[in-house]
Design a protein around this ligand. Structure first.
Ligand SMILES: [Zn+2]
Length: 320
């Protein structure tokens, strides 16, 4: 495939609940989107089959949108991007699945595979809040919690590809036990799933995380659960600040939709824990649930030789 003949790429974010695909042109615009439920619990073959179906359906728009030159796929869990293999994902049932090879064989197109949170970091660096930052921390707070430590030198992958497991930083000694085997992990207090679970345990009533947050001023259990969540995040970010001295901490993922209800108490909790230096700014990502797909598209266009992403920044300029 010659770079000049390519008009679009396909970017797909395979999540635990939804497979989100999009056709992205050279200027970074989402020209055609498609989402399907992830067939979780039916094995890795079913997930790969649905991923292939999403790509095939997006390719039917080629007559309208132009030739697709490559495919980028991002998945959660542990990913070996260099090998193109999804090492492990509990939600998707993946264990050593050669996603890049499977997609490339089915489509006949060059394919890129990356970790979803690292891809979100690439999106922030290219069109988001960390575009002008040196070293930064991007925290993705959703069903679970993960992070990217990035900057001028690229993101840190770690010796065993496990860097960024922010959710399993122990924040409370002898705290709640975590399914990972440790105690007091951040994720046990501050993920959307844990806000939901802790409210149910303490009140006896089921309430989704966003409802818990909305009720925090008139419901003492909701107030306590949310206080614990934001206090835990502040404590974890104090640790990260001392270790990394980030230029900015960006909050992304489903819980970041809470807006000021999240960022204000987290800023206060972080400031309370840090005495001898100013805390770094804590900001809310403006990319929403598009971050994984934008990052996948950047990596895919980059693999084809595109190196000027400045026009993309106009398209994704912050809403604020
Ligand atoms: Zn844990």
């Amino acid at each position: 495939v010659s770079f000049v003949d390519v008009e679009t790429v396909i970017a797909v974010d395979v999540g635990g609940s939804t497979i989100k695909g999009v056709v992205v042109d050279r200027g970074g615009r989402f020209v055609h989107e498609l989402s399907r439920a992830t067939p979780t619990g039916r094995g890795p073959e079913a997930v790969i089959a649905e991923l292939q179906a999403v790509i095939a359906e997006l390719r039917t728009t080629e007559a309208e949108n132009g030739a697709v030159g490559a495919v980028g796929v991002v998945v959660p869990g542990s990913v070996d991007a260099a090998a193109g293999v999804a090492r492990f994902s509990a939600n998707l049932g993946f264990r050593d699945v050669p996603v890049r090879q499977l997609v490339a064989e089915a489509t006949g197109l060059p394919t890129v595979l990356e970790h979803d949170v690292r891809a979100a970091g690439v999106a922030e660096e290219t069109v988001g809040l960390t575009a002008d930052a040196d070293d930064y921390l991007l925290a993705v707070i959703g069903t679970g919690i993960a992070a990217v430590v990035g900057g001028n030198g690229g993101s840190i992958r770690g010796a065993t590809q496990l860097a960024g497991e922010l959710g399993h930083i122990p924040v409370w000694p002898d705290g709640e036990s975590c399914p990972c085997g440790q105690r007091g992990c951040l994720e046990r207090y501050a993920s959307a799933a844990s806000v939901n679970r802790r409210y149910a345990e303490l009140s006896g009533n089921e309430l989704r995380a966003e409802k818990v947050i909305a009720r925090r001023d008139q419901d003492s259990v909701a107030a306590r659960v949310w206080q614990d969540a934001t206090e835990s995040l502040g404590l974890a970010f104090a640790t990260c600040t001392m270790l990394l001295d980030p230029a900015v901490i960006v909050l992304s993922g489903g819980l970041s939709q809470a807006g000021a209800a999240l960022v204000d108490p987290v800023r206060a909790a972080l400031a309370k824990r840090i005495v001898w230096r100013p805390p770094p700014p804590v900001l809310l990502s403006q990319l929403g649930d598009r971050a994984g797909r934008i990052g996948a598209a950047v990596l895919t266009w980059r693999s084809l030789g595109l190196d000027d992403f400045a026009p993309w920044r106009d398209w994704y300029s912050p809403i604020q």
